[in-house]
Design a protein around this ligand. Sequence first.
Ligand code: PEP
Ligand code: MG
Length: 563
Amino acid sequence: MVIKKNLLEKIFQGTCISSGLAAGKAFIYTDILLRDHELYTIRPEELPEEYKRVEQAIDNVRKELTLSAERVKKELNAQIAGIFLAQVEMLRDPELAREIKWELKSCLVNAEQIVKRVFRKWELRFRQIQDERISYRADDIIDLNRRMIRALTGISAHMLENLPNNSIIVAKRLLPSDTVFLSRKFAKGIVTEYGGTASHTALLTRELGIPSIGRISGILDSVSQNDVLLVNGDTGNLVVNPSDESRKTFAKELHRKSSYAIRARKECCKPAIFQDGRRVMVMANVSCRDDVEVAVRNGADGIGLFRIENIYLSRKHPPTMEELTKELENALAPASGKPITVRMLDIGGDKRLTYLNGTGIDDSFLGRRGIRFLLEYPELLYTQFNALLRLSESFDIKILIPMVTFAQEMQLVREMFQELLQMSKKYRDVPLGAMIETPASALCAEEFHPFVDFYSIGTNDLTQYTMAAGRENSTVGNYFVDDHPAIFKLIDLICRESLDKPVSLCGELASNKSALRKVLDSDIETLSVAPPFIPEIKQFIREQALSYTSQLISVNSVTSNGL
Ligand code: PEP
Ligand code: MG
């Protein structure tokens, strides 16, 4: 939406995807599928040659995807690498090759035209499927279509591979194959027409710390290559061809923010203590060793949420106990000596195991996720318990159980764990906690009390289930409001019902500074945020004058004095 027009300057309001400020030149990224490709007819005797081109292209794309997966796994994370491996599997579908060949034979035109058409048909078929577990694959099909066209036309370089310095990428949407080429060094910011806060791009840009704004409709019609852009990922504000006045205001804000960031960084290893003395532990949400290293460098007081899924997503089979122990040991080593909470496998929803495909398991967001899935496959649960108990000999480990709904689930897990402890005899007890992510567990938090040592609130899922808005679904992004009063009411209730047991918060809400004061007033003792946010969140806490707890204490003491 254009909200102001002043000579050349245009101002747009979008959705905040990744925080931070960036100034740079527009790099218009147009999708290869939107370009016109040569159309020519072929003779029937030329068909074998055209088939060969298609087979060669499929082969090249498969190799390229495998390489991308390896590269991403090394440089970013295995969860995103898993997306490429799933695409390799899709490309292996014999039905796809058969349909391309059949269309080639019936239409007798060049392979580019046919590939584009067949993949488009597949994309539409996926999109029309009501089951969200399958329909989300349509984006993967678009991605494969682009790669196939590039392979057929011999365009080897991806447009984003040769990004000039200080570029702000302006695109309709970014897909997994694009995100591999993003690096903080060249991509200063990102502006897209589509894409919600919980999309793949959002996840990655936040992890990379690239300021990003989404959902500015028609942005590609309003920006030209090399236009100067000012991106404010904190407010969702985009200025195109800024006036001198806007440049000055932006430069001032940038300066203020970077001095704040420098100050916060300097102090990042100090504890986050309110001015009245109450300490808040600021921990990190991580999923691999690289994240743990950044977290420790940024002054994390510990690991508040280790997402174990990557270890499972990056393999063809579930890890053995030895493999799991080794991987965790390596990933957690930089945080040795600090408190570490490892979450048990939270599979389902947006995290799917390729080796479960075809088992008929309903692993949608409202299906068999987290603990529901683990109770169905207790061998997975025991492998993790054993590995974590072993690790607890050298690390300060806590175990978190994801997606609990009934207190009985937690009771069952507790019994299984205690039994294992008694049988093995050699390990000491390790604290077990419930991850409160469903409205049912939030509303009945007290029922969990006898079976848990701590509670951890996952506001990402709690929001999607409370607001009835899928976290991956950008079409209902405006309903996914994690600082809605309903969420705060649930947080307050959990804190009250937790009684003497500690409560932490590890969803994205924990790094939203405009909501943080309210979060902290709920008496949350521990926050867990993405590693880049740690220094500023700690600094923010130090600047808060009086915590709710001490206000209560002073009110109580006034009352008792009065008595
Ligand atoms: C959450 O749901 O808030 C959470 C932290 O877990 P995840 O994002 O891994 O589902
Ligand atoms: Mg969750």
